[in-house]
Design a protein around this ligand. Structure first.
Ligand code: GLN
Length: 242
């Protein structure tokens, strides 16, 4: 494998990989290769150190206990924080998103420190779990089509002044705070509640990460239609009454 290949790090597949979130790594990898960009994919289990030289780090969702274990290990390891300090790109989903924040409420009902990589804080919603398809408009500065995803979480997330909403929802709960926001982002760090997997439903998000990593404004188009069919089906499902 060449030294110049793109280094894609899939963080803790043994703890953080619910609802097919590993598909995000597959889609990013595939869309890079389709543009002739060599990729080294590094799957890092929770008993292994996080490499600090990755270009793109992906974190998925997880159940409450694995989420606490993952947060403990990532805090102790420190590699993800160092990678971000060096400019790495991070895209996180659900439990992964909560872990990147300053704090979340863990499976024991106690506040647990996050990594402080993204200025968000999560609490447990006392009401019903947020479950179902979501549809929203992504921050226009990111130049992406509407977000389609599937959410399933008990946490609600409040965005601090150091981050901004990733999307504003037309349908679904997202951050769950009643203001219609979904996910958060700052510079090269992104968090969302959207599973799906979100890159399969929104391949332009994978392309955005690749453009950031390669420092280019555009990528050659990819001639694949199945993403569109999946998007159309799920967007229709998002607007149907539950
Ligand atoms: N355990 C977290 C919550 O319920 C995240 C769940 C998930 O990743 N799907 O809020």
């Amino acid at each position: 494998m060449s030294d110049t290949s793109l280094r894609l790090v899939w963080v803790y597949p043994d703890l953080l990989s619910t609802y097919g979130d590993q598909g995000n790594a597959l889609v990013v990898e595939r869309r890079a290769r389709q543009r002739g960009v060599p990729v080294t994919r590094i799957d890092v289990r929770s008993d292994q150190p996080i490499p600090t030289s990755g270009d793109i780090y992906l974190l998925g969702g997880g159940e409450d206990r694995p989420q606490r274990l993952a947060a403990e290990r990532l805090r102790r390891d420190g590699g993800l924080n160092r990678a971000v300090a060096n400019g790495a790109i991070v895209f996180s989903v659900c439990a992964g998103y909560q872990i990147l924040g300053t704090e979340f409420v863990n499976d024991l009902g106690r506040p647990e420190p996050g990594l402080g990589i993204l200025d968000v804080r999560s609490i447990r919603n006392e009401g019903a779990r947020h479950v179902g398809d979501i549809l929203g408009d992504i921050d226009p500065r990111l130049g992406l089509p509407p977000l389609s995803g599937f959410e399933n979480h008990q946490g609600n997330t409040v965005i601090g002044p150091g981050a901004q909403p990733f999307a504003h929802l037309r349908y679904g709960n997202g951050n769950g705070t009643g203001d219609g926001t979904e996910g958060a982002w700052c510079d090269t760090v992104f968090g969302t509640y959207a599973h799906g997997p979100v890159m399969a439903r929104n391949p332009q998000i994978a392309d955005m990460l690749l453009k950031l990593a390669l420092d280019v404004h555009a990528l050659p188009p990819v001639d694949e239609q199945w993403y569109d069919a999946l998007r159309a089906e799920r967007i229709a499902a998002a607007s149907e009454p539950a």
